[in-house]
Design a protein around this ligand. Structure first.
Ligand code: PLP
Length: 394
């Protein structure tokens, strides 16, 4: 018999994919330049040129070793490079033994949650959250508990989290800079969450872990910086990906870092390795590990994302939309003028504007725009946004 839950996940497409595929069909009818697709979070800035240079030089190296299996947790030299880079930037002492390479952030999060999924375990999601989290957690032994968003500022407010913690809480996923809001959680907000989790861990007699999902860590604007969470709350596992920071989501490379300061860190690391093994997430792509090993100092050129963000934010705000100003990542939330995000997205679709209802991100009443698009498309789309607002003024 086929598992109905997996069947359901396999058959249903996310709202993002639905819209993206609609956009491709529509482009064939009205022309690509007349479709304004804000659906997918595919980087629009090319990878740093050094990546291509490294690929070229690796292609001439020993092919058997280049394309062979690495150890399950990853190549030693590559883990040393990542550990050294993380130590340099955080001031923490991260060792290669703390790093486990994965195929991007998704398996990093899944393996971490699976490692914590004891009988009855719960994972807390802070809305708005990445729409795949309920699938990652729900199909890996976790009950999903959602803390509703504070739609005034979309910040993390620890006092709103407390009522959602129970003796079964094992993990709280913290994603900052945030997809879909672009909000960067402040040091003060994270400290308050840390104090709450410390108190609750004591009360429940077991650690509650923060699973810090950080694919957008380097993508911040306006002088914002995403704080290093283990220095604020030690029981933190970092799930990182090079998908966005090096613009290579298709290459599937990232890592889990279990710092020494996390409670039972060695056992937790081993359990994550066990979960990765049971799920077949071992031996991340060998060539990508080698590329990462020599690319840790590279940073994306985020000037284009910054320009997109500011232009969209200012233009749409001037038109009368309520936009949440992003300080990181490459997404922006816009409030549906009448509170109906599905209706807003449908009306936009009729103008070939593809905006994703944020209901799947735990944030009804808003749509998400991916701002990793071409600047030219933004300019071309502005008349459609104006027309859309006029429809609400009638
Ligand atoms: N977490 C967040 C917040 C994301 O936005 C994404 C991808 O968009 C992922 C995780 C998955 O990242 P990866 O492609 O590295 O698996």
């Amino acid at each position: 018999m086929i598992d109905p839950i997996m069947l359901q996940h396999g058959k249903t497409k996310s709202a993002i994919r639905e819209l993206f595929e609609y956009g491709l069909r529509q482009a064939a009818i009205v022309g690509k330049e007349n479709v304004y697709d804000y659906s997918l979070g595919n980087p629009s800035v090319p990878p740093p040129p050094q990546i291509a240079e490294t690929i070229r030089s690796l292609a001439d190296s020993d092919a058997l070793s280049l394309h062979g299996y690495t150890p399950a947790r990853g190549d030693q030299a590559a883990r040393e490079a990542v550990a050294a880079d993380l130590s340099r930037r955080s001031g923490d002492n991260i060792r290669p033994e703390n790093i486990f390479f994965t195929c991007g952030a998704a398996p990093a999060i899944i393996s971490t949650l699976r490692a914590l999924a004891v009988e009855g375990a719960e994972t807390v999601l802070l809305a708005p959250y990445f729409s795949e989290y309920p699938v990652y957690a729900g199909t890996n032994g976790m009950k999903v508990v959602v803390v509703p968003a504070d739609t005034t500022d979309f910040q993390l407010h620890a006092d709103r989290v407390e009522q959602y913690l129970t003796p079964h809480t094992q993990a709280v996923i913290v994603n900052s800079p945030n997809n879909p809001s672009g909000v960067v959680y402040s040091r003060e907000a994270l400290s308050k969450l840390g104090a709450l989790l410390t108190r609750k861990s004591k009360e429940y007699g077991h650690p509650i872990y923060i699973v810090a999902d950080e694919p957008y860590r380097e993508l911040t604007y306006d002088g914002e910086d995403a704080p290093y969470i283990p220095a604020i709350y030690p029981n933190t596992v970092i799930c990182y990906s090079y998908s966005k920071s090096l613009s290579m989501p298709g290459e599937r490379i990232g890592y889990v870092c279990v710092p020494d300061c996390a409670a039972d860190s060695q056992e937790l690391y081993a359990a994550i390795a066990g979960a990765a093994r049971s799920l077949g997430h071992v031996c991340a792509p060998s060539m990508m590990q080698r590329i990462v090993a020599v690319s840790t100092a590279l940073r994306p050129d985020i000037a284009a994302y910054d320009r997109n963000r500011m232009r969209l934010y200012m233009e749409l705000s001037d038109m009368g939309y309520r936009c949440i100003k992003p300080r990181g990542a490459f997404y922006m939330l816009v409030e549906a003028p009448d509170g109906d995000s599905e209706g807003f997205s449908e009306k936009a679709k009729a103008l070939n504007l593809l905006l994703v209802p944020a209901d799947g991100f735990g944030c009804p009443g808003f749509v998400r725009l991916s701002t990793c698009v071409s600047y030219d498309m933004i300019l071309r789309s502005l008349p459609a946004f104006r027309k859309l607002m006029e429809a609400y003024r009638k």
